[in-house]
Write a protein that binds this ligand. Structure first.
Ligand code: BTN
Length: 333
């Protein structure tokens, strides 16, 4: 299904994190190919933007990796066992969720990651458009968890937790989770998650997690209405982000949480989601699907991942899907 250049991946793996030169002879012995084959792959990697120094009698040294993503480099840098076992990168597609769902329907295995440089019909929840120019990260991950349908919302929460931790730990930005599928920094949206699935009456057949993460966007390149409510890692840190690095960090976090969720009875996703929550304890406005909006206080997340709110008349409501926003005017009505 997916063409993988195993020699190029192995070369990059051998050169990654090596301060010293790695000799061509050692590489050819390790990989069981001729020195000429190594040289050919190094030339191809250079064409893709890898800066690889070749020094006679010493060997090869990786000086720099390209800013743009390529699947060989990503495959070489991944530290995961499941997520990223297959990687598809495309320059342009309608939506990475569509592409991942097509692969899923054709039997692709759990762990496939689809990444696009640009989406022409990127979408968010409730049919909203997801603005997808070249400077963001758009990816979809195929999973086949053996869980019932009512557990699916937790996978979105879990992904949000992984995004929050990646941003906090690797980029020192104060990211928080806005139930059910957004990550915010300084009150602005930096990431949206769209989970789509196919299920039999009870069990999930496959699930595609679509992640739109604002990495290198500049506010002047967004339409005004988006610039007002969105931010990017680059805006927050004033640094350009390497897509390969953040993907490797994010997929490692996601896998760690996913494997814990699937296998570990003591894994407490809800406590983590509450810890990072932008909503709990806040006065909010709730806009349910096809119903009038109302004001409430967000009081908890229950075990299924539903948001528990208290309406102004004291009624307690469990929300599984809705748009919510924090009210800046704290007075309850
Ligand atoms: C939202 O905020 O409502 C969710 C946005 C999700 C956007 C991502 S980008 C990758 C994947 N492909 C899509 O078409 N949507 C998701």
């Amino acid at each position: 299904m997916i063409k993988i250049n195993k020699i190029a991946i192995a070369i990059l793996k051998a050169l990654n994190n090596q301060v010293e030169y790695v000799s061509g002879t050692r590489l050819s012995e390790q990989l069981n190919v001729s020195r000429n084959a190594i040289w050919k792959q190094v030339s191809k990697l250079r064409e893709k933007g890898y800066e690889i120094e070749a020094r006679p009698r010493y060997g090869y040294k990786l000086i720099n990796t390209p800013m743009t993503l390529d699947s060989t480099g990503l495959a070489a840098s991944l530290k995961t066992q499941l997520i990223g076992t297959n990687i598809v990168t495309v320059a342009k597609t309608t939506s990475t969720n569509d592409l991942a769902k097509n692969y899923a329907k054709n039997g692709a295995e759990e762990g496939l990651v689809v990444i696009a440089t640009k989406q022409t019909q990127g979408r968010g929840r409730r049919g909203r458009q997801w603005h997808s120019n070249e400077n963001g990260l758009y990816c979809s991950i195929l999973l086949r968890p053996r869980i019932s349908l009512d557990q699916a919302a937790k996978i979105t929460l879990l992904t949000g937790v992984a995004v929050v931790e990646t941003l906090q730990e690797h980029y020192s930005v104060n990211a928080i989770l806005k139930w059910p599928n957004d990550v915010l920094v300084n009150g602005k949206k930096i990431c949206g998650i769209l989970t789509e699935l196919s299920a039999d009456p009870e069990m999930i057949n496959y699930l595609v997690i679509g992640i739109g993460l604002n990495t290198n966007q500049k506010s002047n390149l967004w339409p005004k209405e988006i610039a007002e409510i969105a931010t990017s890692i680059s805006i927050e840190t004033k640094q350009k982000i390497k897509t390969q690095n953040i993907l490797q960090q994010l997929l490692a976090k996601l896998e760690q949480h996913y494997l814990d969720f699937i296998a570990n009875d003591n894994y407490d996703l809800i406590s983590l989601a509450k810890q990072y929550s932008a909503l709990i304890g806040k006065e909010i406005t709730v806009t349910p699907n096809n119903q009038a909006k109302y004001n409430a206080k967000a009081i908890n997340l229950d075990e299924s991942g539903a948001l528990i709110v208290e309406k102004s008349d004291g009624t307690i409501v469990s929300l599984w899907a809705a748009d919510v926003s924090v009210r800046t005017n704290k007075k309850r009505r």
